[in-house]
Design a protein around this ligand. Sequence first.
Ligand code: PMP
Length: 406
Amino acid sequence: MLDLQAIRADFPALAQSVHGRPLVYLDSAATSQKPRAVIEAVARFYQEDNANVHRGVHELAERATLALEGAREKVRGFVNAAPAAEIVFLRGTTEAVNLIAHSFGRARVGPGDEVLVTALEHHSNLVPWQLLCAERGATLRVCGIDERGDLRLDELDRLLGPRTRLLAVSHVSNALGTVSPIKAIVERAHARGVPVLVDGAQAVAHLAVDVRELGCDFYAFSGHKMYGPMGIGVLYGRAALLEEMAPWQSGGEMVSEVSFERATWQPPPRRFEAGTPDVAGAVGLGAAIDWLDRLDRKSVLAHERALLARGRAALEKIAGLRLLPGGRESSAVLSFALDKLHPHDVGTVLDLEGVAVRTGHLCAQPLLRLLGLSSTVRASLAAYNTEADLDALVNALHQARATLGG
Ligand code: PMP
């Protein structure tokens, strides 16, 4: 059993009122709140160990380097990568996808080739591929979804062709919550020799991710959506692929030997970490992993699933509310439209009731268009949410209807 009160007590930001109401935070898919252990780990780094990494001989530089590499080792364990060199620290999922597009993509994708994405992708796993395809004279293919919000695997099979150079697919959709069967998808792609990049931004806080079990070639995620700090993220890449990849950004720290004419590169991961890294962010991410590891993750998942089912049932009872599908297996997201009310107006009334949700196109404009919407309201869940939060959401929606008509 989870001790929800103890979990909530770890999050100072949850214990506040907004507009005179206790905060009900249902926007964790945008960014989760941070436990005290993470906030303190970041502060402690700056208070005690702050120095630049890898290049100093003094005590603080040594400590900072150990802290960065210790965090890398924690991330390695968290996703069960084999060597820690497969873990690249970046700014977040967006930067990880851009790195793959600019480095791996440019080397592998040429005129007439194809990159395959899905209708469930966040803009950050779509637009970099549009740009790459435009630059290389390649074609972007999009695998559709069915009425339940699941990827059409038969269509995926058809689209995985001899010219497909990469499949880029999200583990969990940020707009619908659909959990895609990544292992089966990777098997299908690999059977045709197609490497797979998984956008795990919405997965890592909820599902136990094992990159070796999934079999994917790349897996990207952001610290700030899994109780860690903003500004730090991770790209896992299979060692053999990272080694063949050219750097994208260059400068200090990623070079091995430099003359005025040319330079040679460090091996991965440092080849992809030009400049001063976000050491405090990495330390904070390590603290977030420790925090998650102290919980029983199976119980957290069961708790979130129970909340999701309860939330779906409660929302379905509200007349005029259109709940978007969430796939056969769904994670932590409730997306909906209320009558003809504009989601921004609904979100504003909810805010006045203390309920924080996301409204808009959720960086998934093509997907929403496919569903006949231009924007939606999204309530998203984390370990610290309670049944009372869902009750507050439902009450606030009735309030929104009363205030706005509809
Ligand atoms: N992919 C998905 C599925 C997301 O939900 C997000 C964040 N909303 C991103 C990618 C981008 O993550 P970040 O902004 O942290 O780079």
